[in-house]
Design a protein around this ligand. Structure first.
Ligand code: UGA
Length: 437
């Protein structure tokens, strides 16, 4: 099928490349001329495992092209996907101005029937607004259908998630539009759930909020483990073996971050209040998430006594491994907090360095070439993101390089008894701290 994707960010690019890979003809559109130039030159502006290869393969096969023109995208496709950003606003609501603008622009160039699909994460009832807007600016009176098709991919494994989805959600008013959408997703061989538009939009916010709730739940339990001497990893295994609960998303840590959970939960709270049914449970989820970082910081302060002038190394800046995304990263917040308290912070991340250098709050950190350089002379090592590279490091070398071998592991990357054997004082999440054997 001929498809276009308006917006070539994380979701748009990965979706476009995967659609092309299963045989569709795809035009990826973006209003950032530089980004289009970069993509046309064969470079990929974001890091996502497997994406570059996928893009090259499908460009070479002439199934994937890039354009700066919405008209070109709309003219050359039966289905137009909108995948533009929906950034958060200070009151927790979502800025829908990009969606509104794209809807108007699509309407202006619409000459024949098209299905217009919202893939961006939006509050319930946005589809109605999109349809109204297109109707108002539909100069040629062309027929169209609006569909909601939320995306459930995770950064860092986005290509895998898109190619092997748990489910496809299609929110449509018209049977014809739903049938066309089913054809798009046929090659993915996943269960398809067809709903009304409002329900599809709500599924996305409700799913992300539930996952965040699951994380906050285990983080709250981790605090009880620390206070009682229980082990959060064992507790999570024990809970997770119940198939009704499942082990996924029960990894305690320093709190969730990223461009989705914090924004989506705030948006869900705001929309529920607007609808007159406040979702106070989600406020507690936010509260637990913020408290988790504070508790971690407190354990660093309690051990090091004063942070001023302390040489602290932070491994990991991205909000999770296998991405270069540092948006709403708890790791970045931690570095900022410690710098403000006067610590001398050295940082290293396998993929996030370039973007992190642009964050003013952490400009005064020492940006290091590799993980081992970063720990040279350190009085403490903080693990903020669970990159594989850190898990595979030679711990004896790390210990030798540090002035005082103390590790604060915010991701439970290591086994406490191994750390004690190597000679570390080791603090982690929801487990009893250990001292060298
Ligand atoms: C999340 C959802 O998982 C996707 O299904 C959804 O499509 C996406 O948001 C979106 O709305 O676009 P993402 O933010 O890319 O995906 O990454 P996750 O793997 O969900 O991680 C989010 C945060 O939770 C990270 O900071 C991660 O470290 C943290 N996390 C995750 C935990 O602290 N513990 C866990 O057990 C799992």
């Amino acid at each position: 099928m001929d498809l276009s994707i308006i917006g070539s960010g994380y979701v748009g690019l990965v979706t476009g490349a995967c659609f092309a890979d299963v045989g569709h003809n795809v035009t990826c559109v973006d209003n950032d001329a530089h980004k289009i130039e970069v993509l046309r030159a064969g470079r990929v502006p974001i890091y996502e495992p497997g994406l570059e290869e996928l893009i090259h393969r499908n460009v070479a096969a002439h199934r994937l092209r890039f354009s700066g023109s919405i008209k070109e995208g709309v003219d050359n496709s039966q289905i137009v996907f909108i995948a533009v950003p929906t950034p958060p606003q200070s009151d927790g609501s979502v800025d829908l101005s990009f969606i509104e603008k794209v809807a108007r622009e699509i309407a202006g160039v619409l000459t024949d029937y098209r299905v217009i699909v919202d893939k961006s994460t939006v509050p319930v009832k946005t589809g109605e607004k999109v349809a109204e807007s297109i109707k108002r600016y539909n100069r040629h009176g062309a027929k169209f259908d609006v569909v909601s098709n939320p995306e459930f991919l995770r950064e860092g494994c986005a290509v895998h998630d898109l190619m092997h989805p748990d489910r496809i959600v299609i929110g449509a008013q018209s049977e014809h539009a739903a049938d066309l959408m089913k054809k798009v997703y046929e090659p993915f061989m996943a269960p398809i759930l067809v709903t009304d538009i409002n329900s599809a939009e709500l599924i996305k916010h409700a799913a992300n909020s539930f996952l965040a709730l699951k994380i906050s739940y285990i983080n709250a339990v981790s605090a009880i483990c620390e206070a009682s001497g229980a082990d959060i990893e064992k507790v999570a295994d024990g809970i997770g073996m119940d198939q009704r609960i499942g082990r996924n998303f029960l990894n305690a840590g320093i709190g969730y971050g990223g461009s989705c959970f914090p924004k989506d939960i705030a948006a869900f709270i705001t929309i529920s209040e607007k609808l007159g049914v406040p979702f106070s449970l989600l406020k507690e989820v936010q509260h637990i998430n913020a408290a988790q970082k504070e508790r971690f910081l407190k354990s660093i302060r309690d051990t090091l006594w004063v942070l001023r002038e302390k040489k602290i190394t932070v491994w990991g800046l991205t909000f999770k491994p296998d991405t270069d995304d540092i948006r709403s990263s708890v790791a970045i917040d931690l570095v900022g907090d410690m710098l403000r308290e006067g610590a001398q912070v050295s940082v290293y991340d396998p993929k996030g360095m370039e973007r992190a250098r642009e964050i003013s709050e952490i400009k005064s950190a020492r940006f290091c070439e590799n993980a081992l350089d970063a720990v040279d002379g350190a009085e403490a090592l903080v693990i903020a993101t669970e990159w594989e590279e850190f898990a595979n490091v030679d711990l004896a070398v790390v210990k030798e390089k540090m002035t005082t071998p103390i590790v604060f592991d915010g991701r439970n990357l290591f086994d406490p008894s191994t750390m004690a054997k190597v000679g570390f004082r080791y603090h982690s999440i929801g487990r009893t701290p250990v001292t060298p054997d």
